[in-house]
Design a protein around this ligand. Structure first.
Ligand code: FAD
Ligand code: SF4
Length: 559
């Protein structure tokens, strides 16, 4: 039997689930194909309600696991309670021509189960970046083109935020904020008193601090501040594809989920001059089969989307689909998360944090906003948070231990942590390509990754240290220390580019509506279409662009 649908979505993660939702809502028979297992909301969160002592290693990971997974275990979020949602290194080896930590989450829901839920809109200043600072190619879209889709996504997923009125970080559709703590507010006031161009704001996050009708219809409830979201949330308190977009799309009766199926390539028909389907490999049996549809959406996650497109060779496209100019896989970019500045303060000793916060404070980019003024291009945002340390006495046993643990906490000083979120410049040399002979266990060519930091990143880090130190000193913070994690690109988990968007088919892969210029019935609707990276956490923009493209397909192919 030939498997035929109206639309194929490759990758059932954060962005793909948005395409599926938009299509299924309008009656389009859609198959969402994923290489990982199905993860059904509530049913498949095995650790969501486990206490540390109910886990074999009390929540920690063993030395052997670390040894076997030197890449995946680098992620701060990888521990015994969440490790089942991370892809193990052996599943998909790749060649690091330069160090690159490729963090992956292969299951229905993708990395939306694991993400930190930080969401900020791009502004027109970000979209103007390449033209203003003279790099990459100009974006073919403006803020006004994405704005209604940001509205749509935010209202549906639920975003806790405050109305800040900043041109550099447009406000959205927000649920109530849970506010900042006393030290974060102190820093906010100090910065406001000393700088006109800088703002410390509450970090917008995809958590339900209140439940509107649209969330009730999704069956989601208010966030309980458990902050163990990466295990899957039984309340649906944060946005994951599993708790929100996927069950919504399923309820329409139009969605088929095809799990354990690796898309190896897109099938292009030279006679019809269009893509007609995809070839899949069953992950268990290794059997190959085909699925056909009128339109195909690529949402496998940036590097996997690049891989599948490069592996989709035909007489018309010998170098990969849409790749007449040999630019597919080039201009891959990421975020520079290496630099931190930490400090402490002896003030506010009478204050502690009551409860847990799901977010932090945030400083939108303030460098090179209207023109290039620094000796580096673009700039950085800052994630800022403060916390009070405490020493818990855990020696002894029985009643003695109980007494020590339940006595008033012995509080230390407030600690302060600021992390740079640097925009990197997409460059031709930063690229991925298929290895000519090395394949994985499914026979798919391995990806060669050649992506690195550059001089611009270094200069930006120096500027961050200097500027942040000055702001810390003005706030009377002490014991200020610089940290350079030295981490490889990739660990930031914000992978972008390779199939960039542009209006000129000779230097870009997709057009302003996310269609491949030379094969319009393929939409590239994940981070691979990003022409530049901005400083914002990117997933809100991925979702907005995915929803926008799905609606373009509805108008173009299914009217
Ligand atoms: C620890 C962590 C924290 C993060 N924090 C944030 C944050 O605060 N804010 C933010 O904006 N972003 C954050 N991110 C990044 C965010 O998770 C990703 O940007 C987002 O999930 C990307 O969406 P996607 O749909 O492109 O990919 P994914 O959500 O990863 O989905 C891709 C899907 O494609 C499937 N797939 C891959 N290859 C194939 C194939 N060949 N065939 C079939 N299926 C395939 C995978 O199994 C997967 O399910 C974080 C990520 C991590 C890991
Ligand atoms: S913090 Fe909120 S979203 Fe996260 S697990 Fe807890 S209830 Fe769920």
């Amino acid at each position: 039997m030939v498997a035929k649908y109206q639309a194929i979505v490759v990758g059932a993660g954060l962005s793909g689930s948005w395409v599926a939702k938009e299509l299924c809502d309008q009656g389009i028979k859609t198959v969402m194909i994923d290489r990982g297992p199905d993860v059904v909301h509530l049913r498949d969160y095995p650790t969501a309600s486990k206490h540390p002592w109910e886990m074999e290693h009390r929540g920690r990971i063993s030395a052997r696991e670390r040894e076997e997974n030197p890449i995946a275990t680098q992620c701060y979020n990888y521990y015994e309670g969440s490790k089942h949602f991370f892809t193990k290194d052996a599943e998909q080896p790749y060649v690091q021509e330069k160090p690159f930590s490729w963090i992956r989450g292969y299951q229905v829901g993708g990395k939306s189960l694991l993400w930190a839920r930080q969401v900020q809109r791009w502004s027109q200043h970000d979209l103007d970046g390449p033209a203003q600072d003279d790099f990459a190619i100009p974006w073919p879209i403006n803020y006004k083109d994405i704005e209604p889709w940001y509205d749509r996504v935010e209202e549906f997923i639920g975003v806790s935020g405050e109305y800040d009125g900043l041109a550099t970080l447009p406000d959205g559709k927000f649920l109530r904020s849970i506010g900042m703590n006393v030290v974060e507010k102190h820093f906010q006031e100090t910065v406001a008193q000393n700088y006109k161009d800088r703002h410390v704001i509450y970090g917008r996050c995809a958590h339900l601090t209140e439940v509107k009708e649209i969330h009730r219809q999704q069956g989601r409830g208010t966030c309980q501040h458990r902050v163990i979201c990466e295990r899957g949330c039984p309340f649906g308190g944060y946005f994951s594809a599993n708790s929100s977009t996927i069950p919504w799309a399923k309820r329409t009766g139009n969605l088929t989920i095809q799990a354990y199926s690796i898309v190896s390539h897109i099938i292009y028909d030279d006679r019809q001059e269009k893509a007609i389907g995809v070839e899949i490999i069953n992950r268990e049996t290794r059997e190959r089969s085909q699925i056909y549809a009128e339109v195909i959406f690529m949402n496998a996650g940036t590097l996997n989307t690049n891989m599948v497109l490069m592996n989709s060779k035909s007489p018309r496209f010998p170098a990969g689909i849409g790749n007449d100019h040999q630019l597919l896989g080039k201009y891959v970019a990421f975020h520079n998360y290496r630099a931190r500045l930490v400090a402490e303060t002896g003030a506010f000793k009478d204050r502690v944090i009551d409860g847990r916060s799901m977010t932090n404070a945030y400083m939108p980019r303030w460098k090179n906003i209207h023109s290039l003024k620094e000796d580096f291009k673009r700039g950085y945002a800052v994630a800022f948070y403060a916390y009070r340390t405490y020493i818990e006495e855990t020696t002894g046993v029985g009643e003695d231990l109980l007494k020590k643990m339940t006595k008033a906490k012995n509080f230390g000083l407030w600690q302060i942590d600021a992390m740079m979120m640097g925009e990197t410049i997409p460059k031709f040399e930063n690229h991925v390509r298929l290895h000519p002979s090395l394949v994985d266990k499914y026979g798919i060519p391995q990806l060669v990754i050649n992506v690195d930091y550059d001089d611009n990143d270094q200069k930006m880090m120096e500027d961050f240290y200097q500027e942040m130190q000055e702001m810390f000193q003005k706030a009377n913070f002490s014991n200020i220390r610089k940290i350079d994690s030295g981490q490889a690109p990739g660990l930031d988990v914000h992978h972008m580019g390779g199939a960039r968007m542009g209006s000129d088919p000779t230097n870009s892969l997709v057009n302003k509506d996310s269609q491949i210029h030379s094969c319009k019935n393929i939409y590239v609707t994940d981070g691979s279409c990003m022409t530049s990276t901005g400083t914002q956490n990117p997933s809100l923009t991925f979702m907005a662009l995915a929803a926008r493209a799905a609606n373009h397909a509805l108008e173009t192919y299914f009217k």
